[in-house]
Write a protein that binds this ligand. Sequence first.
Ligand code: AMP
Length: 172
Amino acid sequence: MEYIKKHVRDVIDFPQKGVVFKDLTTVFKDPRALHIIGWDLAQLYRDKGVTKVVGIESRGFIGASILSFELGAGFVPVRKPGKLPADTISASYDKEYGKDTIEIHRDAITEDDVVVLHDDVLATGGTMAAAYDLIKSMNPKKIYVSFIIELSALNGRDRLPAEAEVTSLITY
Ligand code: AMP
């Protein structure tokens, strides 16, 4: 993980003053770092019978795509309002810098699914808590929660349900 940490770029005051943005584009553009991320994410879930990996728009799509491919699972997008073409369900939430709504296709998850919910960064946890509620309302067999980076000072884990199995590759 030291190799990955070296490639994470801190961007001060983005997207607004006071935020230290953990930029993963500098990780994803490095072939070795990208490979390590994909492999290490997949190792956590190989024996879990995962059928769908849900990625949160837009930075979560990258890790979720790699993870779903590695696990032989399907990929499902959670997107911002108005982006998904078919019938959706939605949830609104507060985040570190503003308010937001997310949507998922109503038929994306079934009761037979074992789901990994993935985003790049756990900050305040609002995004993932809303996504978790959405997926939970679809009654899958199991939901795992996965991040590349966790910003522990923001206590995002406290916002997630106690039952959620949360894993982060890197904690700051
Ligand atoms: P939150 O709902 O506060 O946990 O915010 C998580 C979402 O916002 C993730 O999708 C991240 O991509 C993004 N995000 C929030 N804060 C940061 C940060 N300091 N660095 C990088 N991404 C962040």
